[in-house]
Design a protein around this ligand. Structure first.
Ligand SMILES: [Mg+2]
Length: 233
């Protein structure tokens, strides 16, 4: 068996602002597109920050605001129209996928994952075949029902946003027998700080968080995801 020439065995990405461009937080982008109540959504965000409500309750409240403005599946998908893949993302993911297949042939391990508070409809918009790339995807899933599938029925909310993103990384690493020192995390904002702190290599990309830039091992300034490859390979 050949020795794995890759130092890292698990590469984890944030979505909004990292793989998905033209948004900082998809929740905010959808609120703006759908025109939901600004005062209430600000209140819910504050309540979450102040730990008055849980993440799940915050998500449920936001869904309620979208229902108030008549959100349907079609309208919500239309609201994702402006989203784009980050420059260089497809090339980067294709290269990592190639390396993953090569590692597998050689009896080695390389895993790709998403740990994000984004929504499935955003990921499906920019990268419909995301399952071809990622072994694990931790995100929020909207549930639609009704006879035309248009009714916004609920959400399967992630338990791994903000400080809990670190738990998702630990969970995947433990399951796959990978050391945290062999894990890479790439993110852009405050909710990536905890997970960046525990990953063997943390990369701040397209970064909007002063704190994340401070604690990250690498800060990539150029807005081209291919820039991360030289640090990983
Ligand atoms: Mg982000």
């Amino acid at each position: 068996m050949m020795k794995n020439d890759m130092k890292y065995k698990l590469i984890c990405f944030d979505l909004d602002g990292t793989i998905i461009d033209e948004t900082i937080f998809i929740w905010q982008t959808l609120h703006d597109a759908l025109g939901s109540d600004k005062k209430k959504r600000k209140q819910y965000a504050e309540d979450f920050v102040n730990k008055k409500i849980t993440y799940r309750q915050w998500a449920e409240h936001d869904l309620e605001l979208w229902r108030e403005v008549g959100a349907t599946r079609t309208k919500m998908i239309q609201a994702t129209d402006g989203l784009r893949l980050m420059p260089g993302a497809l090339e980067t993911l294709n290269e990592l996928k190639r390396l993953k297949e090569k590692a597998k042939e050689e009896g080695n391990c390389l895993k790709l994952a998403i740990i994000s508070g984004s929504l499935n409809i955003a990921l499906e918009k920019v990268l419909p075949n995301y399952k071809d790339y990622f072994d694990d995807v931790y995100i929020n899933h909207l549930i639609f029902d009704g006879k035309d599938g248009e009714n916004l029925a609920g959400i399967r909310s992630t338990t791994f946003d903000f400080e809990n993103k670190a738990d998702a990384l630990k969970e995947i690493a433990a399951r796959e027998n990978i050391l945290l020192s062999e894990c890479v995390f790439i993110g852009d904002h405050d909710n990536d700080i905890h997970v960046a702190e525990i990953a063997g290599l943390s990369i701040a990309f397209n970064c909007k968080s002063e704190r994340l830039a401070q604690i990250a091992d690498v800060v990539v300034e150029k807005k081209d995801l291919r820039e991360i490859l030289k640090y990983i390979l």
